[in-house]
Design a protein around this ligand. Structure first.
Ligand code: F6R
Length: 594
């Protein structure tokens, strides 16, 4: 998704802005640009990567500027559609993340008033509106322009004759970074982490005026105080540390992520959560909401919570939530979102709040929108996830759910003690999966020659099949489908044959026998089968064409080891196919539009 940044200070802004933009690349983009306050406003932009833009730039002297990475929504990626956008006279420059819903109507009006437009974007109405209201006070003009706008925005605005940045947000994340000799505006923390770890999160409706040594935030005309947060992520976290890709680095960080996340929650021998939102003993059901990989975590969470708490759980796509009537009395909702900014998940949380359903957010980003609007938040300790494909955040979210479910568990204490013990061994088990990388590489080489793949699983590993398929399609560009193993014969069998390998996730639980039967059925249709099975499973050796083993764990934790194995499989398949692994085409890390 689009990323924005602004800097005002004592240092040269150009290298700072370009560096910040390179840190925003992980969000996914197709164009980029900067506007600098120098002799008036100078804009450089194009439908290119940040590095390519850097090479074409002259040395610009100014110490104030704004920058943007664009993920096209209105109009194709092109130089004209790239941000920053200008008003008619080139005196006002805007970078914007979000969508202006009424832009066509505003554009028609502005054209009739004599404004000239050069792009197809919705954003371009913004500088023209600001120009319309500008009488020497940028903040007032921005405020007036925003009154006309319907939609979502995080903006940073620059005017030729005012040494300040004006920032504003509604339904899109925006932070102010407090630097040493200057200040920042940015869409997220990694953008400015090289310069500062002191940030202020703006609220919807806030308008801020940032100069090199002052920050003023107003809302509805009155000054407001917003808390400063200290970010604990270190600069090292957003570097590759010798790995070829962030995705591989992040996969390898998972033993530590499990330790850090659990360490945060379970200081004593028992995972005892005391969460206000969970304290009501009358809770009869749970609703888990999320998108993409986080939704797969929610699906696994359904099995975990149903088994440990004995209450029914619905896992739903946040993007589909709200389109039908819900009965939510005595329900607790859990919203799962790595970024804490996914528009669909945020909208679902807001809708739940409207009907007074209490929401617990599980997120990786301190101060994110989800954490601010939910009733309570559990933070995962995955650190910044740079690769677009979710890996370590997935496992960290699972840890949060295990801990939560164990804390409120209604199972007998012996079984609970066993599970807690196993939980503590998970980092070692995951490390064993990582140590088996060569075997996964071999299978990746085999898989890389195919264009269609099925992943099958049952029970708690059905969502793992969905996640394995999602990872393979997004990073290796192979059409892959995750299926409940028993469902293949209800249609997809028509697609099986020697050109369609099937990856079977075989857990040692009550689904085992049925899974073996499903594998036999698949083999009988000529599809090559790769099985992911527990060490020591001899029966599977005779059934599958290839077997990758994972360490023995309690079936409840099998999604952890199996998912890590499938992440590696997707990674090495993508590598074999020479795909741009960390930044897959058309994808964005933080999906801030519906
Ligand atoms: C897939 C992936 C996405 C995200 C989804 C939700 O690898 O990363 O499917 O899981 O966009 O994002 P969050 O968790 O930030 O709400």
């Amino acid at each position: 998704m689009c990323g924005i940044v602004g800097y005002i200070g004592d240092k040269l802004a150009q290298p700072i802005l370009l560096n910040c933009l390179s840190k925003l690349e992980y969000r996914g983009y197709d164009s980029c640009g900067i506007a600098m306050l120098s002799n008036g406003i100078e804009v450089y932009k194009d439908a290119v990567r940040v590095e390519a833009l850097r090479k074409t730039l002259p040395q610009i002297k100014g110490t104030t500027g704004i920058g943007h990475t664009r993920w096209a929504t209105h109009g194709k990626p092109s130089k004209l559609n790239a941000h920053p956008h200008l008003d008619c006279n080139g005196n006002i420059a805007v970078v914007h993340n979000g969508i202006i819903n009424n832009f066509q109507q505003l554009k028609r009006q502005l054209i009739s008033e004599g404004h000239n437009f050069v792009s197809e974007t919705d954003t371009e109405v913004m500088p023209h509106l600001i120009e319309k209201y500008y009488d020497g006070n940028l903040e007032k003009a921005v405020e007036a322009a925003l009154r006309d706008i319907e939609g979502s925005y995080a903006i940073i605005v620059l005017a030729a004759n005012e040494p300040k940045l004006v920032v504003a947000r509604k339904d899109c994340p925006l932070i102010i970074g407090i630097g040493d000799r200057g200040n920042f505006g940015a869409s997220d923390v990694p953008a400015i982490l090289d310069y500062t770890n002191r940030v202020i999160y703006l609220e919807d409706g806030d308008i801020g005026v940032v100069t090199k040594d002052s920050i003023k935030i107003r809302r509805d005309g009155a000054e407001v105080d917003r808390k400063e947060h200290k970010i604990l992520w270190s600069i090292k976290d957003d570097q590759k540390a010798g790995y070829e890709h962030f995705m591989l680095k992040e996969i390898h960080e998972q033993p530590k992520v499990i330790r850090d996340t659990l360490g945060e929650y379970t200081r004593e021998a028992e995972p005892v959560a005391d969460l206000a939102v969970m304290r009501d003993s009358g809770i009869e059901s749970m609703l888990m909401l999320a998108c993409g990989s986080s939704y797969h975590v929610a699906m696994i969470g359904k099995y975990i919570v149903e088994e440990l708490l004995g209450i029914p759980v619905r896992a739903e796509l946040a993007s589909e939530f709200g389109y039908f009537n819900q009965t939510l009395a005595k329900t607790r909702a859990i919203a799962i979102t790595q970024s804490g900014e996914t528009a669909d998940t945020i909208k679902a949380i807001k809708r739940l709040k409207e009907v007074r359903c209490k929401v617990l957010a599980i997120t990786n980003v301190v101060g994110s929108t989800a954490s601010r609007i939910a009733d309570q938040t559990i933070y995962t300790r995955a650190g910044p996830e740079i690769s677009v494909a979710a890996t370590k955040s997935f496992i960290a979210q699972l840890m949060a759910l295990y801990w939560l479910a164990m804390s409120y568990s209604r199972i007998d204490s012996r079984r609970l003690t066993d599970l807690i013990l196993e939980l503590r061994h998970l980092p070692t088990k995951v490390q064993q999966v990582l140590d088996n990388e060569d075997k996964l590489m071999e299978n990746a080489t085999f898989l890389s020659g195919y264009e269609n793949v099925f992943f099958i699983g049952r029970g708690i590993n059905f969502p793992v099949a969905l996640e394995g398929a999602l990872k393979l399609k997004e990073v290796a560009y192979i059409h892959s489908e995750g299926y409940a193993a028993g469902e293949l014969k209800h249609g997809p069998f028509a697609l099986l044959g020697s050109n369609t390998p099937v990856i079977a996730i075989v857990a040692h639980d009550n689904t085992y026998e049925a899974m073996l039967t499903n594998i036999k059925e698949v083999r009988a249709r000529g599809s090559p089968v790769m099985a992911l099975a527990e060490e020591g499973d001899e029966a599977i050796e005779d059934l599958a064409d290839s077997v990758v083993t994972v360490p023995e764990v309690d079936p409840m934790f099998s999604p952890v080891v199996n998912t890590v194995a499938l992440q590696l499989l997707a990674y090495y398949t993508a590598k074999k196919r020479d795909c741009p692994i960390d930044f897959p085409r058309n994808l964005a890390k933080s999906v801030t539009v519906e």
